[in-house]
Design a protein around this ligand. Structure first.
Ligand SMILES: *Cc1c(COP(=O)(O)O)cnc(C)c1O
Length: 220
């Protein structure tokens, strides 16, 4: 099997090709390398190959491996891409540079409190449940824009982006198109959409960042 570093360079080349094909500027799309379940030893060669943006879905797992790596590489940008419990807001604000999964009032309130307390301001994205799947985190599409407004006006939170995970068994295109439309309505710059199986489609629909795990690190 190809190494993570080889697969990383393959993904980088495919991103560049998808940007060209979509008429996007070279470098318009940020690769978030999703390293959940992989150890610091697995991640390190990909850092050495030049990757600096990583995603983790669990606060506790990230706390176990990232503080040392971030100390060694201060320019690393760590994204939280998994559901956030309000009792973990303190740890999340302390460790992550981008929190992509703001999806309810209670989390917004806890994050606002911790940001004020710690004087540390991770970028914040609102997760939208574009497929209205009952088991999935994220705010309902029709509530997304009012929620972004409440985050800004009630909690004084700067919301920079939207994030979605389309239903696994559906054509992702319409979900990416919906997120793009909601992003324009909400006045946010960042759109986090697309994973190993569909990141080229997401780039065509305007993704500004894609979250790619298994296509780099292998199956989990
Ligand atoms: C695991 C995960 C990914 C990466 O998925 P792959 O299919 O391995 O690329 C992306 N986004 C979220 C929210 C994830 O939990």
């Amino acid at each position: 099997m190809a190494s993570a570093v080889e697969q990383f360079f393959t993904v980088k080349a495919r991103i560049a090709a998808a940007e060209r094909e979509a008429g996007r500027q070279a470098g318009a799309v940020t690769l978030v390398a999703v390293s959940k379940t992989f150890s610091a030893d697995d991640i390190r060669p990909v850092i050495d190959a030049g990757q600096r943006v990583f995603g983790e879905n669990r606060v506790q797992e990230a706390q176990a491996k990232w503080p040392a790596l971030k100390q060694a590489f201060p320019d690393i940008e760590l994204h939280l891409i998994g559901p956030l419990q309000s009792n973990k807001a303190k740890e999340a604000v302390a460790l992550f540079d981008v929190i992509e999964t703001v999806d309810r009032e209670k989390i917004a309130a806890e994050l606002a409190k911790e940001i004020a307390r710690q004087g540390r301001s991770p970028k914040l994205y609102v997760q939208v449940n574009t497929g209205s799947e009952p088991q999935k985190a994220g705010i309902e599409p029709r509530e997304a824009v009012p929620f972004v407004t409440r985050c800004r006006e009630v909690h004084s939170l700067a919301i920079q982006g939207l994030m979605c995970i389309p239903p696994a068994d559906e054509n992702p295109g319409p979900h990416f198109a919906l997120l793009e439309k909601l992003g324009t309505e909400a006045g946010v710059e960042a759109l986090s959409m697309g994973m190993s199986g569909d990141y080229e489609t997401a780039i065509a629909f305007g993704a500004t960042s894609i979250r790619v795990g298994s296509a780099i690190f292998g199956s989990r």
